[in-house]
Structures are given as structure tokens and as C-alpha cells.
Design a protein around this ligand. Structure first.
Ligand SMILES: *Cc1c(COP(=O)(O)O)cnc(C)c1O
Length: 432
């Protein structure tokens, strides 16, 4: 499949070049030239397919020219070796748990898929690439884990000192090998500014290839469409209209869900649920896109004031607002509403949601109020243990620490302290 830049459709790239570059030279996001629907028989027979078979058939058209089928099978089986259970929590409402991977965040799937693709592209190559990424918490751990030991790929993660949870810090500073953690005396925005500056710095890019591992990268964004197919597989045959609610920050995950719909998955509607960062809920109300500085909330992986993937969503609907509105609604919820629903679902249904999943639940219930006969699925994007201080404070309970997390807690943190852009530049150019 050919990809093109959303800033200039005449700028083309193969899947491989799009993955290695991350973003087009004109700073546009890459987008597939076509999205060809899967045959109806795929959806009718989905119950008898394995996760690997579903993923293979869904993503094959996008990568086919650059990754042969046998390699794609390997990449997929390395990516998907854990479960995605769908759990009914009340009549018409189920939760799709995406946190059973190695770092207990849904970003594990995209990070592993991308790491395996780069590993394939650089195996037996003299060249190498450096993945440079800023994290406010969850991305760093998933990327560190996914890329650990991949030959030809170095990973450099910037994180704000003192602003990520203890678990998150351990997940990104204790692995070693090809993973380096840089602890920045500053905020997440400072980390992101430094990363953006490095991508534009010819003195760095002249001597080494840099790429990003956030959802701008097509290899991290597209495999997220698997989740929706795995959920559909479990409700196929219910005979009810289906709506998905997705807790959203940069809108990569929900955009992948809308790609699954384009592939022919019979889901009628999507809800983008946000915290107080309400740029898209406002856009869906009045049709004007007004980016804002981000606001800190308890669901901090969604504190985004200018969601990077929304241009892809608009492109999926050819920038037609009415067509978009037919498939997408968006609502914003405060921290107070989020805490209150976490408490009531825990006390009344015995289900423990993390703050991001709770925002997804609220969005779903808002939509179902006007569509009482529909079946709703919300995505739970992180295990509650990843946001322990909020969970403890809200519910007064501490969930047991799962084995994946226990394993890293005992390890020694190794991070290099950096204070400014020059420090980063020295780090990226030494030994080259
Ligand atoms: C990244 C993240 C999100 C937001 O996903 P987007 O694809 O950026 O919309 C939601 N919840 C958690 C726990 C996350 O880590």
C-alpha cells in the first residue's frame, strides 16, 4: 500500500519509508492511499478465526509490499501473545480490557508491532535507527518493553523528573540493553519540545536516523484496529446495534477503530470520551477546531490540547462534517464526575476502573441514554494499578500488584539526568 502526507497528497511513501521516517518531510501525517473493505464473509465467519488470523487479514493490505506474508505472521504472533477479554458489567454494557500486555497499558500492541517491523527492516542491515520519544508515563514503558533487544534499533526516552508514577518510572528505567532513559528536569511539554527540536536538527539527523514511536507513526497507529475486531468477534451474532466508546487523548486509538469500520466491521457508532481537554467535544458541537494548552487531570495520559490524529479522522470522512457526525460523537467529563463513577461502579458492580476507562464508561452511558436498545462497549486502556494514587484516593482500596509490575519494582533505576537541549544533543551525537 502506498502512503501519502496529509499536508501534500503528491508526497508518497511506502509503508517501510513511512515507518522509518515517522512523519513526512513536510511535517504531514502519513495516511494510506486506499482502505479496501474486507469481504462480508470475513465478518460472518470471524467467530472461528484466531486473533492472529484476524490481525493478519486486517492489516495485510497496508504492509504487503514491504513485509512478506511469513514475516508478517511472525510479527503478529510476537505482538499478540496475551488476551483481550470482553467483560459484561451491566445489561447492554461490556468493557474490553486492553491492559493484559507486558506493561499493562493498551499501547503495548502498537509499540510491539512497530518494534517488530523495524527489527525486520533493519535485520542484516549495516544501518541503524534511533527511536526518540517523550513520555508523560505510559508510552515510555510500552516502548521500552516493546523495543528491548531489537537489533539495529536504539531507543532514547525522555521523561519529566518527578512527574511520572513510581511504577511508570521503573518500567522505563530498568531494562538496559538498547534502551536509554533521560530524566529531564522539566515538564512533559519540555520533553516534547526537545524531541521535536532534535528531529529538525540537521547536525543530529546528518549523522543518524531518528524516528518517533508515538501514534503519529503508522506502525504504532494502525495495529490498534485489532482491538475492535477482537471485541466484535465476541459480540458477533447478538443482533443489536453496536457502539464503541474510547477514552481519547491524541485520538490515535479511536481513529484506528474508525478504520476498522471502514474495513466493513458492523459497528454503527463511536464515542470519543475526553477529560476536561475538550477540543474535540467542542468541534463536534460547533464545527470549529480550536486547539488549547493542555489541562492537567487525573486521567493524565489524555491531557492533550491539540490531538495529533484528528486530521486522520477528518480525512477518513473526506472532511465532511455531517458524515463524521453520523459515525462519531464526543463528550467531555470532569475529574469530579470521573471519581464519582469509579466509586459507584466499584461499589455497585464490583468492577474497578482506572480513571481513563471511567471516562470511557461515562461517554458510553451518555450515548446509550438516547439509544437504549444498543449494545455498548467501552475500552479500558490501563490497569488501575498504573494509576494507583488516584485509585487509592478515590476508592480507599489498593489493588494487588500483578506479577508483570512486581518484576520491575525490584530492579535498579538507571537514568541520565539532562537539563536542556544541549545535553540531549551531546547525548545523541556522542560516539557517532
Ligand atoms: C495513551 C492513552 C490514552 C489515549 O489514547 P489516544 O490514542 O492518544 O487517544 C488513553 N488511556 C491511556 C491509559 C493511555 O495510555
Amino acid at each position: 500500500m502506498e502512503f501519502f502526507s496529509l499536508n501534500d497528497p503528491t508526497h508518497k511513501a511506502s509503508f517501510k519509508d513511512a515507518v522509518i521516517a515517522g512523519i513526512a518531510p513536510d511535517k504531514g501525517l502519513y495516511f494510506p492511499r486506499e482502505i479496501n473493505p474486507l469481504p462480508p464473509s470475513f465478518f460472518e465467519g470471524i467467530a472461528s478465526l484466531s486473533h492472529q488470523q484476524i490481525a493478519f487479514r486486517a492489516i495485510r493490505q497496508f504492509v504487503q509490499k514491504d513485509i512478506p506474508d511469513n514475516e508478517l505472521e511472525k510479527i503478529i504472533s510476537n505482538t499478540l501473545d496475551f488476551n483481550f477479554p470482553l467483560i459484561k458489567i451491566e445489561d447492554k454494557v461490556s468493557v474490553l480490557e486492553l491492559f493484559h500486555g507486558p506493561t499493562m497499558a493498551f499501547k503495548d500492541v502498537g509499540a510491539r508491532f512497530m518494534a517488530n517491523c523495524l527489527g525486520y527492516f533493519f535485520e542484516d542491515s549495516e544501518e541503524s535507527v534511533t527511536v526518540l520519544v517523550a513520555t508523560s508515563g505510559d508510552t515510555g514503558g510500552a516502548v521500552a518493553n516493546g523495543f528491548l533487544g531489537v537489533e539495529g534499533v536504539q531507543v532514547v526516552i525522555l521523561y519529566p523528573s518527578g512527574k511520572v508514577s513510581e511504577i511508570q518510572e521503573k518500567q522505563l528505567t530498568t531494562l538496559g540493553q538498547n534502551i536509554t532513559a533521560l530524566e529531564v528536569s522539566g515538564t512533559f511539554d519540555d520533553c516534547q519540545r526537545m524531541v521535536k527540536r532534535a528531529f529538525l536538527d540537521k547536525e543530529i539527523t546528518r549523522i543518524q536516523k531518528l524516528t518517533s514511536a508515538n501514534s503519529i507513526n503508522v506502525a504504532r497507529w494502525l495495529p490498534q484496529l485489532f482491538y475492535y475486531l477482537f471485541a466484535y468477534q465476541q459480540v458477533n451474532g447478538l443482533g443489536e446495534e453496536l457502539v464503541f466508546s474510547v477514552p481519547s487523548g491524541n485520538f490515535g486509538n479511536i481513529c484506528a477503530g474508525l478504520v476498522a469500520q471502514k474495513l466493513g466491521m458492523p459497528a454503527k457508532h463511536f464515542v470519543a470520551a475526553t477529560n476536561s481537554n475538550d477540543v474535540i467535544p467542542n468541534f463536534m458541537k460547533n464545527g470549529t477546531y480550536e486547539p488549547k494548552p493542555s489541562i492537567s487531570t487525573i486521567s493524565n495520559a489524555m491531557d492533550v490540547g491539540d490531538p495529533s490524529n484528528f486530521v486522520r479522522i477528518q480525512k477518513l470522512f473526506n472532511n465532511d462534517f455531517d458524515a463524521l457526525s453520523a459515525s462519531l460523537s464526543s463528550y467531555s467529563f470532569s475529574d469530579r464526575e470521573t471519581k464519582s463513577i469509579m466509586k459507584s461502579i466499584y461499589e455497585n458492580k464490583g468492577y474497578l476502573m482506572d480513571p481513563h476507562g471511567a471516562v470511557g464508561y461515562l461517554g458510553l452511558k451518555r450515548y446509550l441514554k438516547d439509544h437504549p436498545d444498543w449494545h455498548g462497549i467501552f475500552l479500558e486502556t490501563a490497569h488501575p494499578i498504573k494509576f494507583l494514587p488516584v485509585v487509592k484516593d478515590t476508592l480507599g482500596v489498593s489493588p494487588a500488584i500483578p506479577p508483570q509490575i512486581q518484576k520491575v519494582m525490584g530492579r535498579e533505576k538507571i537514568a541520565i539526568a539532562i537539563h536542556n537541549y544541549e545535553d540531549l544533543k551531546i547525548h545523541l551525537t556522542k560516539n557517532k
